[in-house]
Write a protein that binds this ligand. Structure first.
Ligand SMILES: Cc1cc2nc3c(=O)[nH]c(=O)nc-3n(C[C@H](O)[C@H](O)[C@H](O)COP(=O)(O)O)c2cc1C
Length: 192
């Protein structure tokens, strides 16, 4: 089967520094790069996104909104990593996903044709609901969500550094899976 060098964008949904979510995302992105992908990390902390308000003229949104939109347009696949906030994804991640409405008139629209891998970083150990919430949103955005998803429990970290080899391996598996699936799928949507 024909393959290309997939573009994989990591989107980190915590505004905290240092961010455990960002650390987990970096591990998965590194594995995607080792599997042959070209990777970029977009940290929502570096963007000044307003709250999405479904305004009549989206062109009036600030420049950072279009930075997000253009990075997603560049991507064949995404790794979405959220901290678990009150049992679900962070507001900043959901807000960023709402801005993908600006891709509604693209061909394919929204996240159509893009592979997505999901990561939730919890303080405790329960993050499945955050994964499922992102899954529902991504499905509505027409993404191809891969079967592997990773919940990173708080106990996997020491001093904000990831210290659990099993969790690390799972994150790497996710990164590879997204890179490989995106390499196969992208030519079907974007051409060779
Ligand atoms: C407002 C808020 C709500 C949180 N809610 C939960 C929760 O419901 N379950 C949980 O396991 N951890 C919860 N946490 C802990 C975070 O998920 C955890 O600290 C996470 O690792 C933070 O990631 P970060 O370092 O990338 O910001 C919460 C933290 C904050 C700040």
């Amino acid at each position: 089967m024909e393959t290309k060098k997939a573009h994989i964008l990591g989107l980190g949904g915590s505004l905290r520094r240092p961010s455990r979510t960002r650390r987990a995302l970096e591990v998965a992105l590194q594995a995607a790069a080792e599997a042959g992908a070209e990777t970029r990390l977009l940290d929502l902390r570096t963007l000044k996104l307003p709250l999405y308000d479904d305004r009549p003229d989206p062109q009036t949104y600030p420049e950072d909104v279009f930075r997000l939109v253009e990075e997603v347009r560049w991507a064949d696949g995404l790794l979405l990593a959220t901290p678990v906030y009150h049992g679900t994804l962070s507001g900043s991640m959901k807000n960023a996903l709402d801005f993908l409405e600006l891709l509604a008139d693209d061909d394919p629209p929204w996240l159509g044709g893009r592979v997505v891998g999901l990561i939730a970083v919890a303080g405790g150990s329960a993050g499945t609901n955050a994964i499922n919430s992102m899954l529902f949103t991504c499905r509505t955005l027409h993404a191809w969500v891969v079967p592997t998803a990773v919940v990173v429990p708080g106990g996997a970290f020491q001093d904000d550094e990831l210290r659990d080899p099993k969790v690390e391996e799972r994150l790497k598996r996710l990164g590879r899976e997204v890179a490989r699936a995106a390499a196969v799928l992208a030519p079907l949507y974007k051409g060779g």
